[in-house]
Design a protein around this ligand. Structure first.
Ligand code: C2O
Ligand code: CU
Ligand code: CU
Length: 493
């Protein structure tokens, strides 16, 4: 069997395809810049989010059926400010039931937009969302149980940049679309006719849906962007359904300044940055001397049975693909220097925890798990089941009850594979990961932690209430795993 046949036989789980077998572009598209809806200066009316069924050309020359938020694919970027209460009108025009969850926001359960806050087609959901937390790059997306993976894949997601007084006066690049870019990375499969496709089978449930073509801000990678000289800020979201990505620059390091929940204590230089589905990192790239530099992406090598098998079979490095080339113009841009101190972050102290909870993420073909998952309305492949502590998600069961304002230690383990674990309603600190100390760029505020071998330990605290009828979720952010039941619910009171 030659390599190509083997890759084809492998189905979707073949990132190598991005190196030339799938819809890799031979020339670069301009980087799409999402329209900005900046309400930091205030707003006169309710903020309208229209969820649309639409069509979008990813650069393949064909129109794909997509979903979008005030847009044909993905959303506008919302820029908001700490202290505001945002009056949203979320209008469901997609023709099927959905929800919109505010991922990374510290807000009460009844406006969190989880699976209990369904919006029927043609209806409007009108939550008032209080922004009390510090500056952070957050996002919002469908959380319709059993449909999350498909709806997000089709484009039902957008970004919210939270600012505060400190971030707006910080000596950092912050001119949107000039030296401050919002980057959404996804992997897709395109059919021979160039239309985007999504399909589920045993493998796509087990590994999550893995595409063979990288897409950046809704266009097939690579993309190119002209930038002024100086520091350039990239706010990066991994919005893949299931794929972990390793980010690098072609020249020089990445300087990480923020993670999911806001600024790090000080800037962290790294050669490579692993970003899991659902995670956000903000990085600075120095474009004061280089003519061009490229953001490159490789697939995280540890993930997926098929991927490991393939890597072994062809005995080859996982290819790095350039996704974004920054090209310096003659203009002078942000003239400040690389920051050192960014925020006051107290050390995460495990001894403050009043309660310890343990979670084990389960997946497999055991009849019990599969039967329970199916009976409780989870969406799984045939004979597949997923759960946490032996229990697939059940909409009318509360799994944990947390006390308002109390610090807790959560220990999370996985039976197999790697899972990006997410908790609603808070930001947390990672104490340990894989039985090691936390990597330096993940020591700040997070709402995601990858769990693989060994326990991950996080320190959480909830400052808002989540009642029985509107509980928070904790779950794996591989969206097919979430839909299949690797999710639980908790209240805060
Ligand atoms: Cu981004 Cu519960 O999800
Ligand atoms: Cu969330
Ligand atoms: Cu998972």
């Amino acid at each position: 069997m030659d390599r190509r046949t083997f890759l084809k036989a492998g189905g979707a789980g073949t990132f190598l395809a991005a190196a030339g077998l799938a819809w890799a572009q031979t020339r670069s598209n301009p980087l799409p810049i999402f329209p900005l809806n900046d309400v930091t200066g205030g707003f006169d009316e309710r903020i309208q989010l229209n969820l649309n069924a639409a069509a979008h050309d990813f650069g393949s020359g064909a129109a794909s059926k997509t979903l979008g938020i005030n847009s044909n694919y993905l959303g506008q970027v919302l820029r908001v400010k700490q202290g505001q209460t945002l009056p949203f009108d979320v209008v469901n025009g997609i023709g099927e039931v959905t929800t919109i969850h505010w991922h990374g926001l510290h807000i009460p359960g009844d406006v969190d937009g989880g699976p209990h806050q369904e919006i029927e087609p043609g209806h409007t959901w009108a939550p008032d969302v209080p922004i009390r937390q510090n500056a952070a790059t957050t996002w919002f997306h469908s959380h319709m149980h059993g449909k999350t993976a498909e709806q997000v894949y089709k484009g039902l997601a957008g970004l919210m940049l939270i600012e505060d007084d400190a971030s707006m006066s910080a000596d950092l690049p912050q001119t949107y679309g000039v030296d401050d870019f919002t980057i959404v990375l996804q992997d897709k499969v395109f059919d021979d006719d160039g239309t985007m496709s999504y399909f589920l089978n045993g493998e796509t449930f087990e590994d999550g849906f893995l595409g063979d073509t990288l897409v950046i801000n809704g266009t097939i990678a690579p993309a190119v962007q002209n930038v002024p000289s100086g520091l350039i800020r990239l706010r990066i979201l991994n919005a893949c359904n299931a794929r972990f990505l390793t980010l690098k620059m072609a020249h020089g390091p990445l300087t990480v300044i923020a993670s999911d929940g806001g600024f790090l204590a000080s800037a962290v230089e790294t050669e490579d940055l692993i970003i899991s589905p659902g995670e956000r990192y903000e990085v600075l790239v120095d474009m004061s001397t280089l003519e061009t530099n490229s953001l490159t992406v490789a697939s995280f090598p540890g993930y997926g049975r098929l991927f490991r098998l393939l890597a072994q079979f062809i005995n080859e490095q996982i290819p790095e693909t350039s996704v974004l080339t920054l090209s310096r113009t003659g203009e002078k841009g942000f003239t400040g220097s690389m920051p050192r101190r960014l925020a006051n972050l107290s050390p995460a102290r495990a001894d403050e925890a009043k309660v310890t909870r343990e979670f084990t993420l389960n997946m497999g073909e055991s009849d019990e798990l599969a039967t329970l998952a199916a009976n409780w309305g989870n969406f799984c492949g045939e004979g597949m089941g997923m759960g946490i502590n032996g229990q697939p998600m059940k909409m009318d069961r509360i799994d944990q009850r947390a006390r308002l304002g109390q610090t807790e230690l959560w220990k999370i383990a996985a039976e197999e594979e790697i899972h990006p674990f997410h908790v609603h309603g808070c930001s947390f600190r990672i104490l340990r990961q894989e039985s090691h100390d936390t990597v330096s760029y993940a020591q700040g505020w997070k709402d995601m932690v990858p769990v693989q071998n060994g326990k991950a330990e996080i320190l959480v605290r909830f400052d808002h209430e989540a009642p029985d009828h509107a509980p928070y979720m904790y779950h794996c952010h591989i969206l097919e795993h979430e839909d299949c039941g690797m999710m639980g619910q908790f209240t805060v009171s």
